[in-house]
Design a protein. Structure first.
Length: 258
């Protein structure tokens, strides 16, 4: 009964930005549990290499090239997927960008890059994927969208990263907006808001990061692959079928302890 409740075996999953960081962690969780998992990256050869590594111990992972910052990037990616699949059970919008720095140093290009990757691309990827998501959805077997937000979209951190924090607050609100509209189609939309996880954007081994974790994270550690996988497996399985329009802090208690 427990296995059936949390099973994702046989599902078709797309994880954008799955070549590194939390996206890679999430993709590994689905691959190892029997889901046919697609990951994306800008460099096709690298993405395919990572996909092969994820599938090395069994399972199926396919790498696709995608430039989601380009205006036609979402449509082009879903076009590739439609050539291979007739449905999509789980869409995980993880790919994104960051721009840190004081207000005076933030340029229009910085702002536009972050908003394009973190807000525009997920919205239009969902738009383009709707036929595949609807094909997977029914009252017995829902489809799932998981947007990767951030605790930076739930509070104002001590460092300056204005475009990033604004974009993540936007993706949280967009999650609720889409959940309200798509719920009747049995397509659930939720978000996770990660705290510190090891990634190309966050080096959790740095002394400054370790000090911040010790000061602000009640469980006193950075996130692990199992933490990211557990949240997404829950949301994508029958276990999470009545969760819709939620933004789940994945932060060891950081937000809750503020």
């Amino acid at each position: 009964m427990t296995d059936e409740l949390f099973s994702v075996a046989g599902k078709v999953v797309l994880v954008t930005g799955g070549t590194s960081g939390i996206g890679n962690m999430i993709a590994q969780g689905f691959v190892s549990r029997g889901a046919r998992t697609y990951i994306t990256g800008r460099d096709l050869a690298k993405t395919q290499d990572v996909a092969a590594q994820l599938a090395a111990d069994g399972g199926e992972c396919i790498g696709l090239a995608a430039d989601l910052g380009a205006p036609d990037g979402p449509e082009a990616l879903i076009g590739q997927l439609k050539a291979r699949e007739s449905k999509l059970d789980v869409l995980i919008n993880n790919a994104g960008g960051n721009s840190k720095g004081p207000i005076a140093d933030t340029t229009p290009d910085d702002w536009d890059m972050v908003m394009e990757l973190n807000v525009r691309a997920p919205f239009f990827l969902i738009q383009q994927a709707l036929p595949l998501l609807r094909a997977a959805a029914s009252t017995e077997r829902h489809a799932t969208i998981i947007n990767v937000g951030s605790i930076g979209g739930l509070h104002i951190p001590n460092w300056e990263s204005h475009p990033y924090n604004t974009s993540k607050a936007a993706i949280h609100h967009m999650t609720r907006s889409l959940a309200k509209k798509l719920g009747a189609d049995q397509i659930r939309v939720n978000a996770i808001a990660p705290g510190p996880f090891p990634s190309r954007l966050t080096d959790t081994s740095l002394e400054s990061v370790q000090k911040s974790i010790a000061t602000y994270i009640p469980v006193n550690r950075a996130g692990t692959p199992e933490d990211a996988q557990g949240a997404c497996i829950f949301l994508a399985s029958r276990a999470g079928a009545y969760v819709n329009g939620s933004v789940i802090p994945l932060d060891g208690g950081y937000i809750g302890a503020l």
